[in-house]
Design a protein around this ligand. Structure first.
Ligand code: FMN
Length: 219
C-alpha cells in the first residue's frame, strides 16, 4: 500500500504511523504543579535530540497536566521506564484529574532530584533533570487537537551505580522499555543488543569496518 497521509487514507483498522516509527523510547515525565501536587506520565513522542548541550523533547497531544506544569515552572524530569516498572508506568498514564498524584496512584516511591524540583521515580535506573527551553506548537490538520513539543535542556543526570560496568552504562541491563504501535511494547535485553563499529575511510577511499570487539574509541 502507498497512501496520502494528510488525508490519512490508509484503510487499515488503525493509523499505522506509530507502528512504523518504532520502537520509540519512553520519557516518564514528572512535574510539580503550583500547589506542589506531583504529576507523572509516560510520553513516547520522546527522544534525546542533541548532546553537549544535552536536550530532550516530548510531545503533548492536547494540553495535558505535564505541559501545564512545565509552562508554570519550567522544570521536569524524565525517568527511564523498564521491564521492572512496566505496570507502574502504564498505570501512571491513566487520565485522572490534575489533583491526582500518579506516583501514589502507581504505588511508586519518589526520590529527590538535585537540580530541579520534580522528583524522579526511585526505581528507575536513570533519570534526566530538565529545564524548559521552548514549547513549540505544531499546526494541526483537523484543528481539534493541538500538539506541543516541549524541549528541555538536561541539567542533571542520575544513573544508578549498579548499571555502570567498566566505566560504561550497560543499557541492556536496565531492560528499558520502548513503545511500538497499538498496545505493543518492546524491551531491550542483552540478547537483543549488539555492536557495530563505525566504518573507516582509508586514504585510497575504500571503506572498511573494524572487526572484533569495540576498543572503546569513538571514530
Ligand atoms: C507508553 C505511553 C506513551 C504515551 N505517549 C504519549 C505521548 O507521546 N504524548 C501524549 O500526549 N500522550 C502520551 N501518552 C498518554 C499520556 O501518558 C496520558 O494522556 C497521561 O494521562 C497524561 O498525563 P498528564 O495529563 O498528567 O500529563 C502515552 C501513554 C503511554 C502508556
Amino acid at each position: 500500500m502507498h497512501y496520502d497521509s494528510i488525508k490519512n487514507e490508509h484503510g487499515l483498522k488503525h493509523d499505522p504511523f506509530k507502528a512504523l516509527v518504532a520502537p520509540r523510547p519512553i520519557g516518564w515525565v514528572s512535574t510539580v504543579d503550583k500547589n506542589d501536587v506531583l504529576n507523572l506520565a509516560p510520553y513516547s513522542f520522546f527522544n534525546a535530540v542533541s548532546e553537549r548541550p544535552h536536550y530532550v523533547m516530548f510531545v503533548s497531544a492536547n494540553r495535558k497536566d505535564s505541559l501545564r506544569n512545565i509552562e508554570d515552572n519550567g522544570e521536569f524530569t524524565c525517568s527511564i521506564s523498564t521491564m521492572d516498572t512496566r505496570d507502574g508506568m502504564n498505570i501512571s498514564s491513566a487520565q485522572v484529574d490534575s489533583l491526582s498524584d500518579e506516583f501514589a496512584l502507581s504505588n511508586l516511591e519518589t526520590a529527590e532530584s538535585i537540580f530541579v524540583k520534580p522528583p524522579r521515580v526511585r526505581r528507575a535506573p536513570a533519570s534526566l533533570e530538565c529545564r524548559l527551553w521552548k514549547i513549540v506548537e505544531l499546526p494541526d490538520v483537523s484543528g481539534d487537537r493541538g500538539h506541543f513539543i516541549v524541549i528541555g535542556q538536561v541539567i542533571g543526570i542520575f544513573i544508578d551505580d549498579s548499571v555502570i560496568k567498566d566505566g560504561i552504562v550497560d543499557t541492556a541491563s536496565m531492560q528499558p522499555l520502548a513503545r511500538m504501535g497499538y498496545m505493543d511494547y518492546a524491551v531491550v535485553t542483552p540478547e537483543t543488543t549488539f555492536s557495530l563499529q563505525r566504518p573507516q575511510v582509508k586514504e585510497d577511499g575504500t571503506v572498511t569496518v573494524p572487526k572484533g570487539d569495540w576498543d572503546g574509541i569513538y571514530r
